[in-house]
Design a protein around this ligand. Structure first.
Ligand code: MRU
Length: 346
């Protein structure tokens, strides 16, 4: 089953509802760009590559359902859908990349309107299919970085659930496991939404990969005490100089790994790289509701007093000097990232 898929019978986008995992595996259907945008905002679907594919299918719902009779009106509808989808989340480059890819395809096509609708949908399907292939290629490159017996810290969820299927950083770990390497994963629980303990641990248990969940703040202890050989995470956007925006907590993890000379790898497809931004400070960082931080209960008790306020940036920036390499479908890219990202990816 794919995380993101198209239903040809209903003409709808089918999404695994990630808010309900690991307790319940439920599929939701979205029929309009508005419904897709709401699913993205509310985290039914999340993870940068999954957002790219979902946005593509979201645009396809408009292409298939638009009542426009003229090309001008049709493109007005598509533009409106793009604005709705683009506004859903701001940090992941893949979301705008998916929309840009489909809009470029549509605007350069000479097909008549009825054929164009179907071809936009086909292009969205192609984008989704390619995502799986790209992940497997990255996984093959990245698995070479993992040695038999490694203990790896992994942050957030970067597995099949964060992509159409297979995964980025977790895909690398999965590939190394399939190659027969003995691995142990320390899963950062990833506060405040707990993508690590809810989603990554769930995926690892399905793949039969040994793991233990740790609180995010325990990572420093495990790194300092020599119990970890590698750190792997994904990326939501990578700037031209190799600075990486990823789930909040990644920066502190990379700092602690760097200080202990433990290699740090970010795994992401070309569609996550934004060569238009010179460095990570220019990447927009989404700030989510304070309820995600305050709404945690321990032993039945709220963890904050009534009226408490919170800040909740969903991502942080890991500066390029903390990274050992970036794994892409074009190979493993080492510093200097400013030079090498451009060399590999253009
Ligand atoms: O807020 P989320 O769950 O969408 O954040 C996801 C991440 O930060 C992932 O690490 C990133 O998208 C890479 S996933 C392949």
């Amino acid at each position: 089953m794919r995380t993101v898929d198209w239903d040809d019978i209903e003409n709808s986008v089918k999404l695994i509802d990630q808010r309900l995992l690991p307790g319940q595996l439920k599929i939701v259907a979205c029929h309009t760009p508005q419904e897709v945008a709401e699913a993205i905002k509310s985290m039914v679907v999340r993870g940068a590559p999954a957002l790219g594919a979902t946005a593509g299918f979201g645009l396809a719902t408009m292409a298939m359902n638009s009542t426009a009779r003229t090309r001008t009106d049709f493109f007005k509808d598509l533009q409106e859908a793009c604005s709705i989808l683009q506004a859903a989340r701001s940090t992941a480059r893949n979301l705008s990349w998916g929309l840009e890819r489909l809009m470029k395809f549509a605007s350069t096509s000479t097909l008549n309107l009825d054929d164009l609708r179907v071809e936009i949908l086909n292009e969205a399907k192609k984008l989704a299919d390619e995502d799986i292939q790209i992940n497997k290629t990255m996984a093959e490159f990245g698995a070479n970085l993992i040695d038999d017996g490694d203990t790896i810290i992994h942050h957030c969820n970067t597995g099949a659930l964060a992509t159409v299927d297979w995964g980025t950083a977790l895909g690398v770990i999965r590939m190394a496991h399939e190659q027969g390497k003995a691995l142990h994963v320390l899963v950062d629980e990833t506060r405040p939404r707990l993508q690590g303990s809810r989603l990554t641990a769930w995926e690892l248990s399905q793949y039969g990969i040994p793991y233990e969940i740790i609180s995010d703040s325990a990572a420093g202890y495990f790194l300092f005490s020599g119990q970890v050989q590698k750190v792997f995470f994904g990326a939501d956007r990578i700037a031209a100089n190799g600075d990486v925006a990823n789930k909040i907590g990644t920066y502190m993890l990379a700092l602690a790994a760097f200080d202990n000379r433990v290699p740090v790898y970010s795994v992401a497809p070309k569609s996550t790289v934004d060569l238009t931004l010179a460095n990570g400070r220019l990447i927009p960082i989404e700030e989510r509701s304070q309820n995600e931080v305050l709404g945690i209960f321990v032993d039945g008790q709220s963890v904050s007093p009534p009226g408490a306020k919170a800040r909740n940036p969903a991502f942080d920036i890991t500066p390029n000097h903390l990274l050992t390499a970036i794994v892409t479908e074009y190979g493993i890219i080492y510093p200097p990232f400013l030079e090498n990202l451009r060399k590999f990816l253009t």
